[in-house]
Design a binder for this molecule. Structure first.
Ligand code: SF4
Length: 462
């Protein structure tokens, strides 16, 4: 077998991408400086500013110059993905912020109004703060969420940011500067103590923000200690990232790209499964030569790249878009992993798609790809009790129903048990659904309520 290390090194020194590209980013205060936006009217740019003062906005030059077809604005899916749109706020919230911006430049007044509106947008869906943060010695372990027995999520303190922000992001509350709404922990030591204590944890998911915004040195501090024998039970390291889409230079021409790839390779060679959980919402994000180069270098390091995305109105509410995206991913050696349902937070009103439509898009897309593209599960809701997949719409005893199952659950015993909800063409989330066949509750409801009321631990498996 060809050794991986020389392969990577050869790639580093022989391609056209060795000159580092300058990373330039724009936030809500620099909207007027984005040259490409000058094709929009003043009124349209004002609308953007109104929304960007409530929901986080950040876009970098690579995205502006390479991923957006400016002839197709405002419909272009990547434009919709990164630039704020008026419909993302309710009329009431929009008007509140618009009148503030028309009347003052005082940042404290703007911020006070922004925070009022943000609190109405369900900043922490699915009880992330109340149920997912574990406690040790009666103290919350900050920066960690432990919802499912096998998997721990870690939010590194160094980087609660992304190369650009997605306008639909369910983690938006972490980017708005309110520390009480942010999960993070700069102390690698606490993470390691927690992982060493719970031998049922097989998977660590480093998430954020985007952990790949971090310098490699920081990643080394988190990851390398996991090669010690006390972490043998942590078999898989997943890194959730949208860097392949927003800044593929991370793996190609950043100053520490080579160091990063070598770190990943070391982890793989030492026996860890390293999975890059790559976030792609549209095939347009995979259309540049540099993203293909980044994928090729990552794969040469021995990691597996799995892909995921929510289904989003205005961006990818179309089976052809998904089928083309999955086909392209398979061609590039990526593994389609999840289609998610847009979460009940932030700009959901703009992006949400009825569950019935989500299932239709999933099924139609799946029909159009070969077996290797059919590895994507979904449509799946990351809801309070667990990840609930819509398996289909069916008719049983004359009643039209959604067929559902847990792919993951707070109680592992709930996993893979089919359950049924009355068909509702308007429903967009689990809490809109009612049990079918005249039943009063779903099978997990009593136990889940007891977890929420703190009568039983939300980690029943401990
Ligand atoms: S890259 Fe991920 S965490 Fe960052 S804004 Fe997009 S969806 Fe949110």
């Amino acid at each position: 077998m060809t050794p991986v290390l020389p392969l990577i090194k050869k790639q580093f020194i022989t391609t056209q991408y060795n000159a580092p590209e300058h990373f330039q980013v724009y936030t809500e205060r620099q909207i007027d400086k984005i040259e490409a936006l000058k094709q929009l009217s003043e009124a349209q740019r004002f609308e953007m500013k109104v929304v960007a003062n409530v929901l986080p906005f950040r876009v970098n030059r690579y995205v502006i110059d390479n991923l957006i077809n400016w002839q197709n604005v405002p419909e272009d899916p990547i434009f919709q993905l990164v630039f704020p749109q008026k419909g993302m706020l309710s009329d009431e919230d929009y008007n509140q912020m618009a009148s503030v911006l028309r009347s003052t430049n005082d940042r404290s007044v703007i911020l006070k109004n922004a925070n009022e509106i943000r609190l109405r947008l369900n900043p922490h869906p699915a009880e992330q703060q109340s149920l997912n943060v574990p406690y040790e010695d009666n103290e919350p372990v900050e920066g960690i969420q432990h919802k499912y027995r096998e998997t721990v999520l870690f939010f590194p303190g160094q980087r609660q940011v992304c190369h650009s922000f997605c306008s639909f992001c369910f983690r938006w509350a972490q980017f708005i500067g309110d520390k009480s709404l942010r999960f993070s922990n700069t102390e690698a030591q606490k993470l390691h103590q927690y992982l060493a204590k719970y031998k049922s944890i097989s998977d660590l998911l480093i998430t954020g923000g985007d952990p790949m915004v971090m310098k490699t040195d920081h990643l080394v501090a988190y990851l390398e200690p996991l090669l010690r024998p006390e972490f043998d039970h942590v078999q898989t390291i997943r890194i959730g990232t949208k860097s392949l889409s927003f800044w593929p230079q991370r793996y190609v021409s950043d100053k520490d790209s080579a160091q990063l790839l070598l770190l990943l390779e070391r982890m793989v060679k030492a026996g860890k499964h390293v999975a890059i959980m790559a976030h792609f919402n549209h095939w347009q994000e995979m259309s540049t030569p540099i993203v293909c180069e980044a994928i090729s270098r990552l794969r040469a390091s021995g990691v597996v790249i799995r892909t995921q995305s929510p289904l989003l109105n205005h961006i990818n509410n179309d089976p052809d878009v998904w089928a083309r995206m999955w086909r392209e991913q398979v061609r590039l050696g990526l593994v389609p992993y999840y289609m998610f349902v847009e979460r009940d937070t932030g700009a959901r009103r703009y992006f949400e798609v009825p569950l019935a439509r989500a299932w239709e898009v999933y099924r139609e897309a799946l029909k159009r790809v070969s077996g290797l593209g059919r590895t994507a599960r979904g449509p799946s809701m990351s809801a309070g009790p667990g990840k609930v997949e819509i398996q289909g719409v069916s008719e049983i005893n004359g009643e039209q129903v959604f067929v559902l199952r847990f792919l993951q659950a707070r109680n592992p015993d709930w996993v893979q048990r089919p359950f049924f909800a009355r068909f509702d063409p308007e429903a967009t989330w689990l809490d809109h659904l009612k049990p079918a066949f005249g039943e009063e509750k779903f099978f997990f409801q009593d136990e889940y309520d007891a977890m929420r009321n703190k009568q039983v631990s939300p980690r029943v498996y401990e």
